[in-house]
Each structure stands twice: as C-alpha cells, then as structure tokens.
Design a protein around this ligand. Structure first.
Ligand SMILES: Cc1cc2nc3c(=O)[nH]c(=O)nc-3n(C[C@H](O)[C@H](O)[C@H](O)COP(=O)(O)OP(=O)(O)OC[C@H]3O[C@@H](n4cnc5c(N)ncnc54)[C@H](O)[C@@H]3O)c2cc1C
Ligand code: MET
Ligand SMILES: [Zn+2]
Length: 615
C-alpha cells in the first residue's frame, strides 16, 4: 500500500507549516539552513505534527534551492541542505508517516524576475537530490505563477513515478493570477500527470472553501488543500497569524464536503490545527459527489470608445509631432503653462509628461495632465513608471487615469531611485515595463491584474520606450518585439544625436508593425552637450557636434541657434523614414521645441507642395 492507495480509500491528513512556526520562535534567517545547523529542532517539529495526526510530512526544503539559498550565501549547499532535510524527516517519521520532498515556487507576481530557463535549472538541481534520498513523493507548493508550475511538473513527471502533489496558490477567490479560473488550472495539472492537485498558502479556509465550491472532483487525481491559518496581521514589526483550532475543526468538515482527500495546513498553522483537522475527520470518510457552483460569468461593460484616433493611428497615417514638457521640479506652473500654450499654438498632437524622470520628484504628471487637458484642451501622454508604485498603486493609478479620461500612456520600468535626488528611496519594481504593458492591455479587456472584472473596459493607447543607445541594437529590437507581444501599440525613442543612428534604427525596425516616434532633444549649451556625452549612459555625441557647441562657449543666443541647427539636421534625417517625431524640451526651454515644431510643419507643407507640383 502506498500513499495513492490510501487516498483511494479515505481522507489523509498532512502536516502544517514549518516556516512560520520557526519564525514564531524568533528565527528570522534561512529556515532551511536549520536542517544542518539545528537538526533536532526540525525533527522535533516533524514529530509534533505526526503526534497531532499527520500521516504525511513534508521535508523542510520549501526554499532550499539555488536562487533562494543564494540570498543567504548558501547557494553551494543545495545538496547538503536537501539531503539533511530528507534524513531528518525520515528520522522523525520512523515509518509512521509518508515523507514528501517539498519544492516551492520561485516566481511570485513578477514573471520577469526569473526566466523559465533559470526556473528549470534550479528545480532540477533540487529535484534530483530529493529523489536520490528516497522520498515517498513530491510536493510542489506555493506556485503563484501557473506557467512555472506547468514547467516544473512536466519535468518532475518525466523523472519519477512517485506520487506528485501539485499546489497552486490563489490570487483571489476562484482565480489564479491574471484571472485563470482555479478549476481550469487543476484540470490542466491533472492532465500533466499530477496525482494530487490542490491549493496552499496565501489565503485561509474562507477563501479556499469558496474557491473549491467551483471545482469539480477530479476524475483521476485527488483533491488537496493546505490553507493558511488566517490572513496575517502585522504587529510590532512581526507577522502574526491568529486562528482558533476550533475554526479549523469546522472548516475541515466543510472541505470534506467539497471532495477534498488530502488536507494539511500552510502558513500560521501549528500542530494544534492539524490535531483539530484530525479530530474533525476522525472517520476519514470521503465524499464522492458534490454540486459544483458555477462561476459567475464576467460581465464587462463596453466603455464608450473615444472617437479621437490614437497616437499610433495618427503616426500610421500622417506626420505626428508630440512634445515632452516635463512637470516642474518646483511648485508653480506659470512657465510650464506658458510653454504648453505656445506648443498648442504651434499645433502639436500631444504633450508628453514625464513621471519623475531621472528619479527626481516633480509635480504629479496626472495633476499637470488634468490641467493641460481641461484648461488648454491638449492631449496629455502620461508616462508611468514601475519605480514609485507597487502593484496596488499602479492599478489605482490606471483606474484614476481612466476616470479622468486620459487614455494615452507610456509604460516604463523607470530610472532607478539611485540615479536621482533620493538615492536611498525604494525602487518598487513589482512589475517591469513588460508586465506593466500586459497589465494595461488586460485593463483594456476589462480585467484587473487578478482577473477581477473592472466593470468597464479601459481604452488606453499604450506607448513603450525604445532605447537605441545601446551597444547591440539587435538586442534592443528584441525587447521591442517582446513589448509588442505584451501589447505595446507604438514606441518613443531616447533622444538620438546622429543621422547615421536614425538610419540604423530605421533599418533595424522596419519589419515592426508598430509606429516609432524618433526622440530629438535640442542641445542648449556646450556644457549640456558634455554632460549628455560623458554622463548619460548610452548617449554619445560626435566630435563634430561637441565642437560646434563648444564654439558657442557661453553665448546663450549662439548656443541656442547651434542646438537648433543640429536638431533640425536630425529632423531632416528622420523626416522621410518616420512619421512620428518626439521632441523633448530641455529645461523648460519651450522656445526651442516650439521652433522645431514650426520647422517640421513648414517642411511638411513644402513636401506636400512638391507632391502636388510634381504629382
Ligand atoms: C521615451 C522615454 C521616456 C522616458 N520617461 C521616463 C520617465 O518619465 N520617468 C523615468 O523615471 N524614466 C523615464 N525614461 C527612462 C527609462 O525608464 C529608462 O531609460 C529605461 O532604461 C528604458 O526604458 P524602460 O523603462 O521601458 O526600460 P526597459 O525596456 O523595461 O528596460 C529596463 C532595464 O533593462 C535593461 N535594458 C534595457 N535594454 C537593454 C538592452 N538592450 N541590453 C541590456 N539591458 C537592457 C536596462 O537596465 C533597463 O533599465 C524614459 C525613457 C524613454 C525612452
Ligand atoms: C510559504 S508557503 C509554506 C512553505 C512551507 N510548507 C512551510 O510551511 O514552511
Ligand atoms: Zn504558506
């Protein structure tokens, strides 16, 4: 008889948390290291769970992989720590309980932080040690990212015929990240060969029960659940879980009614919780039938589509000029508004507003954008970085922009805090630019990050950044292709300072379906040229350009003239290759960008005249 035979006949009880139990005892370091440094404590916890009724225990290896151990400088000890974990669990089990080798998920909410190749490499290393040490089965737990779980489950299934338990972690009731329905996920895991499929961590019994109500009893696999004790509280700098064992006793019976065959606990649970479950299900009798609640279909109201064409559409059909005029670093909008008005009169398609560029605080671009839109009737293009807002803040921000009717956004990772005025400030980066673009696309489908209906579809037109000032242009273009896959509609480049570079950019991107706005920022002085050349990563100015600026020395009028002449030559180079021109106003010097806008319009007029004249 093995674990799967037992599960065929009856409900099986598993153990509870290891990590939070150690944490509650004051251990804040790497929990898995204790397999080697304090083995008797680990054995003691395993024994306490078995004595409480656990028939299955899991090795203390949740984070015993290369990536997580590296945070403690223990990356070379993967083998040693996993070997010790199996030895300790077996020592505690003494044949009284099955020993599962646990492998935890690596990705949380941000896919881009760890590639699938890294996931595979890391997983394999841990898997082979656990299998070698003779575990009775595998527990793949706390997978927020379904793609990651699919990947590692497929690897594990090829490597062993032992029972595999695959656990996803819910994002919200009934759904994984990005809105994947739980029932669909569990069916897919069963099809990939998992013997037991279910849930663990993040949420407690309430959310898990409501989620399982929407899940049919699997045909071949068994259903399992390892709820957290409760939602954690943050008190005096520590996370605390508080749930009475009595509540676990009641909910264990409710889990049985949902067809659950394996039940244990996750974060915050203790041997007392497991004893409560064992008491509640003392006869271990399973149910074989249940009524499945239908998931409410997602109702998304169509948002009125704006009639104005997007900036991407405009750049596809005609010359388009957008101008960056950044919100000021000091309070007061007088100069800024004068500049915005002058640019409006010069006839631009949109005013782009940076989001604390170079990681230095500026007046909120939403506040400034609202004024520009409402008072001047201009179209603001709002830059959004992932640096200053976490996943909650970003979604709230997008909902706010939608509410204000601002549909043009530029999705960026953003300059890191350390380049700006507050180098010690946190750079959040819950998301990368790729994830932010995907998130905005999902908003356009009427769904939040978790897949919850937003009630309306947003209508964002999504711009993304293109930095051609890199050593390998082909790599930058690969990033563009990925951004398009994520949902980018068009691109804005960093400022370019050479005609040749503009041609290279054209050659490297002409296969892309999305328009590109070429960035041109006039130089204001020799000092400005030197700063850009020497201190801004990636920007290189030719000797000729720097000499031309140097010749103007400190003469402001002459410098402006020369800066404009250089910018005009760049516009000439871009004119026939790109319809979109993105002018960047240096230091609120809107006189310069206004002049360049006029230059482009005049050029356009002459070109049209020529076309008419010559047919
Ligand atoms: C049009 C435009 C507007 C901008 N506006 C703002 C703003 O308002 N606020 C602000 O803080 N910053 C702004 N920036 C700066 C921008 O955040 C950084 O320059 C960023 O590095 C490039 O854009 P991204 O954020 O989309 O980065 P991503 O394309 O997401 O790149 C993120 C990081 O990946 C790395 N990377 C990118 N390309 C390559 C490559 N080819 N090879 C190797 N590594 C690479 C870099 O380390 C980069 O920082 C803007 C940039 C552009 C082009
Ligand atoms: C973070 S989810 C829980 C991981 C592991 N089962 C533990 O309790 O330590
Ligand atoms: Zn947990």
């Amino acid at each position: 008889m093995g674990l799967l035979d037992d599960l065929k006949e009856r409900i099986v009880i598993a153990d509870g948390a290891m990590g939070t139990l150690l944490y509650a005892h004051g251990i804040d370091r790497c929990f898995e290291e204790l397999n080697v440094t304090k083995p008797e404590e680990i054995v003691h916890i395993h024994e306490a769970y078995i004595e409480s009724g656990a028939e299955i225990i899991q090795t203390n290896t949740y984070g015993a992989n290369y990536v997580k151990l590296a945070r403690y400088g223990l990356q070379d000890d993967v083998k040693k720590i996993n070997e010790a974990a199996v030895e300790l669990a077996k020592k505690a089990a003494k044949g009284r309980a099955y020993v599962l080798g646990t492998i935890g998920g690596l990705r949380s909410t941000n896919k881009s932080t760890i590639s699938l190749e890294e996931v595979k490499r890391t997983f394999r290393e841990q898997l082979y040690v656990l299998l070698n040490e003779g575990v009775d089965g595998l527990l793949l737990e706390t997978y927020y990212d379904f793609e990651e779980l699919q990947t590692v489950l497929s690897i594990a299934r090829k490597e062993t015929t032992l029972p595999i338990i695959a656990h996803v972690t819910l994002h919200d009731i009934g759904v994984l990240q990005h809105g994947m329905p739980l029932a669909e996920a569990l069916t897919e895991l069963e099809q990939l060969g998992a013997d037991v499929v279910g849930l663990n961590c993040h949420l407690g019994p309430y959310h898990m029960l409501r989620s399982l109500e929407e899940v049919p009893i699997p045909t071949r696999a068994f259903l399992s659940v390892y709820p957290n004790a409760s939602l954690p509280q943050y008190r005096d700098g520590r996370f605390i879980y508080e749930t009475s064992e009595q509540y676990f006793e009641e909910t264990a019976r409710a889990f049985r009614e949902q067809g659950v065959r394996l039940i244990g606990g996750c974060c915050g649970t203790t041997p007392k919780h497991i004893a409560a479950i064992a008491r509640a299900l003392s006869d271990r009798t399973p149910v074989y039938k249940k009524e499945v609640k239908q998931r409410h279909p997602i109702v998304v109201q169509e948002e009125k589509q704006t009639t104005a064409p997007s900036l991407a559409d405009i750049a596809r059909t005609r010359r388009s000029i957008i101008v960056e005029l950044d919100p000021p670093k000091k309070l007061g909008l007088t100069t800024f508004l004068e500049g915005a008005k002058a640019l409006k009169e010069a006839n631009i398609d949109a005013l782009t507003l940076a989001d604390n560029s170079l990681a230095t605080p500026r007046i909120s671009n939403v506040a400034v954008g609202t004024i520009v839109k409402q008072q001047l009737g201009m179209r603001p293009l709002i830059h959004i970085t992932c640096r200053d807002r976490n996943l909650i803040g970003l979604q709230s921000h997008l909902m706010g922009l939608h509410t204000l009717g601002m549909t043009d956004v530029l999705a960026l990772t953003g300059d890191p805090s350390k380049v700006g005025d507050f180098p010690g400030a946190t750079s959040v980066y819950d998301l990368s630019s790729f994830d932010l673009i995907s998130l905005i696309r999902q908003f356009n489908e009427g769904l939040s990050y978790s897949g919850k209906p937003l009630g309306q579809k947003t209508n964002f037109s999504i711009a993304a950044a293109f930095n051609p000032n890199v050593r390998h242009l082909d790599k930058a273009v690969k990033r563009l292709e990925k951004k398009i896959e994520c949902g980018a509609h068009y691109f804005l480049t960093q400022p370019l300072y050479s005609e040749k570079q503009i041609e290279d950019v054209y050659e490297a991107t002409k296969h892309l379906p999305t328009p590109i706005y070429i960035g041109i920022m006039p130089l204001t002085s020799a000092r400005n040229a030197d700063f850009l050349h020497h201190e801004v990563p990636g920007i290189t100015l030719s000797d000729d350009i720097r000499n031309r600026m140097a010749m103007c020395a400190n003469d402001r009028v002459q410098s402006t003239k020369e800066g404009l002449a250089i910018a005009k030559a760049l516009i000439d180079a871009a004119f026939d290759l790109f319809q979109g021109i993105y002018l960047i106003t240096p230091f609120l010097r809107y006189d310069m960008t206004v002049e360049l806008v006029r230059y482009i319009h005049e050029k356009e007029r002459l070109a049209k005249e020529r076309t008419v004249y010559y047919g």
